[in-house]
Design a binder for this molecule. Structure first.
Ligand SMILES: C[S@@+](CC[C@H](N)C(=O)[O-])C[C@H]1O[C@@H](n2cnc3c(N)ncnc32)[C@H](O)[C@@H]1O
Length: 392
């Protein structure tokens, strides 16, 4: 097995640290013994003891991090390549280096023009390490951080939500058939002020080095204008915002569809668009459930529970999202429904995730189940079902 390319790659890494041109590095194609480890992301961090290499070990359910001195970090990378990790992507201000090691030890090293012209600001270790870089311009422009890059007191919940969302989306993609893609097309339906849209773009593009294109869709032209200006000022060239209704938006070649807190049945419109366009991953966090509650009549034996408005409201939300999940399954998606952040930070925290699969689905079984639920609560109409059943 020739190790010449690995040695050149490691030497380029060490040289970039020495001449201060190192930007970041990713090791992938993990074939080691840790069942949970997927990738290793490396960047610089400023600590009390000086600049260190920050290793972020990306696992399927959580991430762990460790700092290393330069020599130690270079040695770790050297021993991991060809043993645990079989690909490496090094970004420096001079060149990008892509190393791929094949099964029989044959390797390929590509050297390309640099993606990055400027060094990223180095994070400080005393700040809790977050996936989203707090020094980003868009966070300032959207009022999340101060000019010094500190999170504003009133924005702490939003900040946690942004980080949790990015972490969740990254992990969902890692567990989906999109896991090893170098390019991703994402559409964010009901993008609003774009907090999550910007953070997702920044993370996939700049932290993970994926060639990502994101389009945010919203009906409010003033928000679309604001976000477009901030995207331009941030030099996020493949992030765009368009004004329009979700129901009218034509999806083109989309891998991931997100709709976070898109009001009421706008979530159904988004899921419908995703199903029709055979989008691989559909991620929605519904809110303002207003369609089902006025229709719902609980049977007499439950009246002691549902005479309390709040109980009926929660039941209506459960039924609405449960039906959404069943309809996704009926249409060839495996689903998960979970709380993506604790209710302490936002009450709008349920997430429905659909991942497309190619297995045969017993649609009759789903029709029966859905009809039974509708009959039980005397529900006449569910928007997503209506859209899916309407002739095109
Ligand atoms: C509560 S905000 C959420 C914004 C963002 N996704 C977030 O989670 O921070 C909902 C946004 O969805 C937009 N919206 C609601 N219904 C829509 C529809 N049918 N088509 C396009 N945009 C819609 C609203 O204008 C609003 O900006």
């Amino acid at each position: 097995m020739s190790t010449e390319n690995t040695e050149k790659f490691v030497a380029a890494f060490a040289a970039s640290l020495a001449d201060k041109t190192f930007v970041k590095m990713t090791l992938g194609n993990y074939r080691g013994t840790d069942a949970h480890l997927q990738k290793l992301l490396i960047r610089l961090v400023e600590t009390k003891k000086g600049t260190r290499l920050f290793f972020l070990f990306r696992q399927d359910t959580r991430d762990t991090a460790k700092n290393f001195e330069f020599a130690e970090g270079v040695a770790k990378v050297k021993e991991s390549l060809g043993a645990d990790f079989f690909s490496g992507h090094l970004f420096t201000l001079n060149n990008d280096f892509q190393l791929d090691i094949g099964k029989k030890g044959k390797s390929r090293l590509n050297v390309a023009k640099p993606t990055f012209k400027d060094k990223p600001e180095v994070a400080h270790n005393r700040e809790k390490q977050t996936l989203v870089s707090r020094n980003s311009f868009y966070l300032k422009a959207l009022g999340i951080t101060t000019d010094k890059g500190e999170i504003r007191d009133k924005q702490q919940d939003k900040w946690r939500q942004i980080n949790k969302f990015v972490e969740t989306l990254g992990s969902l993609i890692d567990k989906s058939p999109l896991a090893d893609r170098n390019e991703l097309n994402i559409v964010d339906m009901g993008a609003g002020k774009g907090y999550l849209t910007f953070a997702a773009y920044d993370y996939f593009k700049n932290t993970r080095g994926i060639d990502v294109k994101i389009t945010g869709v919203d009906t409010k032209s003033e928000l679309v204008g604001l976000c477009s200006n901030i995207a331009k000022a941030s030099e996020f060239e493949n992030l765009r915002f368009v004004q329009g209704w979700i129901g009218d938006y034509e999806l083109e070649k989309t891998d991931v569809l997100i709709a976070l807190h898109a009001c009421n049945t706008a979530t159904d419109d988004a899921i419908y668009k995703g199903i029709k366009a055979a989008v691989e991953l559909i991620v929605v966090a519904p809110c303002c459930h207003q369609e089902i509650r006025p229709q719902m009549k609980a049977p007499d034996f439950l009246s002691g529970i549902f005479r309390h408005g709040i109980m009926l409201e929660r039941e209506a939300e459960t039924v609405t999202d449960g039906l959404r999940s069943l309809l996704l399954e009926k249409n060839g998606y495996a689903t998960k429904l979970f709380e993506f952040i604790s209710t302490e930070h936002t009450p709008k925290n349920n997430m429905i995730v659909g991942t497309k699969h190619a297995k045969t689905v017993d649609t009759e079984k789903f029709n029966e189940q859905i009809q039974k639920i509708k009959n039980f609560y005397e529900i006449k109409e569910h928007r997503l079902e209506h859209l899916l059943n309407s002739p095109k």
